[in-house]
Ligand binder design. Structure first.
Ligand SMILES: Nc1nc2c(ncn2[C@@H]2O[C@H](COP(=O)(O)OP(=O)(O)OP(=O)(O)O)[C@@H](O)[C@H]2O)c(=O)[nH]1
Ligand SMILES: [Mg+2]
Length: 455
């Protein structure tokens, strides 16, 4: 989602790495490059200006730590300033004291309102709520039908209403009654889109707002439209008063500038991002995690969350300690692989991983179930002592292990080599600045799968 920007910024930091000290000159040129990278990522120019100003002040000010190298200092400062611009913390949805809480879903035509309504209903029901949906789009034929189909696909209830009903307000009111009667605590109101912001649309939305008293007015914008998304969010906010933004199609080649600008320009938080057409492709937006992603530190926390069901947290913490202290044994390695197998498709998970150093290569790799099975079989054929200390696995032990696991000595050799590499890599990672950062962020158990064959 921020790949390009991330790559460019990392290049800036890399160039600074050779410098002994932060000076006015090297900082000036770094700032110039950061500014270019942000503008190219379609970040709003006012936001860029503010960011650069803040970074400059901090870097030149007294906050610079002598212990850090120039590139580390700049990474740290940019990281902090990015988070500030993005909004310091996750903006949670609000709920009314008296259910049902009404959420108005608004936005321009084709931005993804109806799809997002379905995603949000699914997300809410998985997070302890009992949502109901209603479409008040009485203009586009089949608009209400579309939401009915989505309701079926997501297994979430929809208030259908009479087919001939032509009054948005009537539909919404009836849906609210139905929600209250059936114990639903959130009513999601999918509204009609328009090509442009016009008075009729605003009039209708204002009336819905007045009558329904929504706790959330969520503006849905297509991230691919870049700064136009930011502009229309701002205009909607000025005319209607929105409470948050959902950027859709972040899975496309949007440059991410919208996500970086919304908060600063509109004063309203980005609450969710849509990252695909499927109904599970909706993620709460976390400013700190986005900043990590942009700076190539990976999105370890999202990774943990996604892996949550498969990974035992206590084990993850223990694993992290072992990694840092280099006590990571072959047995741990096997446990990790077993967990990875439980995680399912790795592609999207790998996307969240830090793209520092060797890990960068992991992005293009695919996981191969059979490979994992083979590696697990090899480790299973070792004795506990061998798993504990791979150094004792000599030639004859290797032959025995190969026989026992139905593999070849070459395959056993390869595995041991990869294991040694993974250990080395983790040791390197846990050392430097990035490593310390990662350390604090809790490493997920499925982390060090190294350069596994076919993975
Ligand atoms: N790739 C991708 N496609 C999305 C996402 N969100 C929505 N879409 C697609 O965008 C298109 C328009 O989505 P809708 O939900 O119908 O948009 P809408 O705002 O309700 O449109 P109108 O009601 O006509 O104004 C559909 O093809 C969706 O599948 C997303 O996060 N990623
Ligand atoms: Mg729609």
């Amino acid at each position: 989602m921020f790949d390009n920007l991330s790559e460019k910024l990392q290049r800036v930091f890399k160039n600074l790495r050779g410098e002994g000290k932060l000076s006015a000159e090297n900082m000036e040129s770094a700032l110039r490059e950061i500014r270019m990278a942000l503008l190219e990522a379609d970040v709003n120019f006012r936001v860029v200006k503010q960011l650069i100003e803040n970074i400059k002040q901090k870097a030149m000010g007294e906050e610079v730590l002598a212990a850090l190298s120039p590139s580390q200092q700049v990474v740290k400062i940019v990281h902090e300033e990015l988070i500030k611009i993005l909004g310091s913390h996750e903006s949670k949805l609000r709920f009314a004291n008296e259910p049902p809480s009404v959420f108005l879903i608004v936005g321009l035509q084709g931005s993804g309102k109806t799809t997002t309504t379905g995603k949000l209903a699914r997300w809410l029901s998985r997070n302890g709520h009992r949502p109901m949906m209603v479409s008040v789009d009485v203009y586009r034929p089949a608009a209400r039908e579309q939401l009915k189909v989505i309701a079926r696909e997501t297994g979430q209830p929809v208030y259908e209403g009479a087919a001939e009903e032509k009054q948005p307000m009537e539909l919404a009111r009836a849906a609210r009654r139905e929600s209250a009667n059936s114990g639903r605590d959130v009513l999601l109101v999918d509204t009609a889109g328009r090509l442009h912001i016009d008075d009729q649309l605003m009039g209708e939305l204002s009336e819905l707002k007045e009558q329904l008293n929504p706790v959330e007015i969520l503006f849905v914008a297509d991230a691919m439209t870049g700064q136009d998304a930011v502009k229309s969010a701002d205009e909607f906010h000025k005319r209607l008063g929105i409470t948050g933004v959902i950027l859709t199609k972040m899975d496309g080649d949007a440059r991410g500038g919208g996500a970086l600008s919304i908060r600063h320009v509109t004063g309203q938080p980005l609450k969710f991002v849509g990252v695909g057409e499927k109904f599970d492709a909706l993620e709460p937006f976390h400013p700190d995690r986005a900043a990590n992603r942009i700076l190539g530190m990976g999105d370890i926390l999202s990774f943990i969350e996604k892996a949550g069901e498969a990974i035992d947290q206590k084990q993850a913490v223990e694993m992290q300690r072992k990694l840092i202290e280099n006590e990571f044994t072959l047995e741990d390695f096997r446990d990790q692989l077993r967990q990875i197998r439980k995680l399912g498709p790795l592609g999207s998970l790998l996307d969240m991983m830090p793209k520092v150093g060797m890990l960068k290569d992991l992005k293009d790799v695919k996981i191969d179930e059979k490979e994992i099975e083979r590696v697990v079989a090899i480790i299973d054929s070792m004795t506990p002592r061998e798993r504990d200390n791979h150094m004792i696995i000599n030639g004859s032990r290797r032959r025995r292990i190969a026989r026992g696991s139905g593999t070849s000595v070459q395959e056993v050799n390869q595995l041991l080599k990869q294991y040694a590499q993974a250990r080395k890599m983790m040791k390197g990672l846990s050392g430097g600045f990035i490593g310390r950062k990662l350390g604090k962020m809790k490493m997920p158990a499925g982390f060090p799968f190294g350069n596994m064959p076919g993975m």
